[in-house]
Design a protein around this ligand. Structure first.
Ligand code: UDP
Length: 475
């Protein structure tokens, strides 16, 4: 039996649970299913170290982990925004990544970077490793990234806002400009230059792993397959859905699950806006009123409301004595006692979605949440807030049909209690809701098939591993 040398594959995760969770799942599969020696590398400074540590602690001991030292971002104005800061953090951490890869001993077959991380691809080439991109998102977002480069070409520098609205994506949703990811609409936004640079490097990657599966984005997957055959774009392997596998007890985990155990099957609406989503004070109160008005059972993960109106709270660290439940309307918890549970900040989402009592998910449509819902067969009310969530909502409603999106959740205005209650009741009991529920059940089966013994995602990852092994033999 060959002893694997250290660091056959280096996974370079971008900050944030939404990145680290699927990258960790990739690491787990590469070691346990394929016996590769994997080092998972994380960055310091833009994610909560405790959350990172909790995710990493669920990994098998065979996955090596390494946290790169902090780099200074002090010279940058916080106004440049979260995305631009992420790109800068990666760029400034590259010398540390290089030192790690050079000092690890043994040949590195592949460096796999994440969205925000392709500045590391030239390093892979220099060290003789294959450079792959793990894309923790949809084919549709890769498509958007490709076309932004073409738009920005020297011949005719353009922008997305010059294109027809709505914009048909080849093999994907017809996308309203308002649903384009943040930072992509207008080249005057600071992050735009970073996005262009990131996207421009995609053409130079040896391949992509995308956290999607063939039956989720069928036409898109085919489009990319053809483009790879024609040499127009690197091969993109759909290897998802990666859903965090349960990992022993997390703190506070049991309260939610015990409560769910006491609810009737298929009765509970789960409400969560991810790790960064924030509602205004007014919207928080309106959502509470909508849940109350619906008369349905609910499990709501309440986060601190946004006081400045920004829908994204990433990068702001709440103080210890900030209790999000204190922002709920007076008497709400008492009036809904028994049929509603509001928890502060965090719920064991994968387990909640898999619980038989859970019937629907009011979601910000972060891609991990999306896949977790799909994998559990739970239909959604799409309530996207920022980043690429509006595009994800478009995919969920228009391509896969597993979500309803209240009209008011399209703009930046208030989603009223009436709209919230109506959307929930439609999804749970209505005719349109019935079709959506049926699609969710069917897509769950497809997600299971993707990772069954001869499933498309399992095969795709196997094919990539085969390439990396061949590269190792040639070293
Ligand atoms: N998550 C969780 N409990 C929570 C909130 C989030 O377990 O209360 C997990 C969720 O299951 C998902 C990840 O955190 O795996 C959030 O990723 P996603 O892409 O959905 O959204 P983001 O937080 O990046 O906006």
């Amino acid at each position: 039996e060959e002893v694997p040398s250290q660091q056959q594959v280096v996974l370079f995760a971008s900050p944030g649970a939404g990145h680290l969770i699927p990258v960790a799942e990739l690491a787990r599969r590469l070691t346990t299913d394929h016996g590769l020696a994997v080092t998972l590398v994380t960055l310091t400074g833009m994610s909560d170290p405790a959350t990172d540590a909790a995710v990493l602690s669920s990994l098998p001991a065979t996955v090596a982990t390494s946290v790169l030292p902090a780099v200074s971002l002090d010279d940058l104005s916080p106004d440049i925004g979260f995305g631009a800061l992420m790109f800068e953090l990666v760029r400034r951490s590259l010398p540390h990544l290089r030192a790690l890869m050079e000092g690890g001993g043994g040949a590195v077959a592949a460096l796999v970077c994440d969205f925000f991380g392709t500045a590391a691809l030239p390093l892979a080439a220099e060290l003789g490793a294959q450079g792959y991109v793990f894309f923790p998102n949809s084919f549709a977002l890769i498509s958007i990234m490709r076309h932004i480069v073409e738009l920005h070409g020297d011949a005719a520098p353009g922008e997305y806002r010059d294109l027809p609205d709505p914009l048909p994506l080849p093999g994907g949703p017809v996308l309203r400009h308002a649903d384009l990811p943040d930072g992509f609409r207008d080249r005057k936004e600071l992050v735009y230059a970073y996005v262009i640079e990131e996207a421009w490097r995609y053409g130079r990657a040896d391949g992509f792993l995308v956290n999607s599966f063939e039956e989720l984005e069928t036409a898109m997957a085919e489009t990319f397959k053809r483009d790879a055959e024609d040499g127009a774009f690197p091969p993109v392997y759909p290897v998802g859905p990666f859903v965090r596998s349960s990992s022993g007890e997390e703190s506070d985990e049991s309260a939610c699950l015990e409560w769910l155990d006491r609810q009737p099957e298929g009765s509970v609406v789960y409400v969560s806006f991810g790790t960064g989503g924030a509602l205004s004070v007014e919207q928080t109160a309106e959502l509470a009123a909508g849940l109350e008005m619906s008369g349905l059972r609910f499990l709501w993960v309440v986060r601190m409301p946004s006081l400045d109106g920004s829908p994204c709270a990433l990068g702001t660290i709440p103080g210890d004595n900030n209790d999000p439940l204190a922002w709920l309307p007076d008497g709400f918890l008492e009036r809904t006692r028994g049929r509603g549970l509001a928890v502060a900040a965090w719920a064991p989402q994968v387990r909640v979605l898999a619980h038989p009592a859970t019937a629907a998910f009011v979601s910000h449509c972060g891609w991990n949440s999306t896949l977790e819902s799909v994998a559990a067969g739970v239909p959604m009310v799409a309530w996207p807030l920022y980043a690429e969530q509006k595009m994800n909502a478009a995919i969920l409603t228009e391509v896969t049909g597993v979500a309803l999106r209240p009209a008011a959740a399209r703009g930046d205005g208030l989603v009223t209690r009436e709209e919230i209650a109506a959307a929930l009741l439609e999804l749970m009991e209505g005719e349109k809701g019935g079709a959506v529920r049926g699609r969710a059940r069917a897509l769950r089966q497809a997600a299971v098939r993707a990772w069954s013994l001869d499933g498309s995602s399992r095969r795709a990852l196997g094919e990539v591993v085969g390439k990396w092994r061949a590269a190792l033999l040639n070293k």
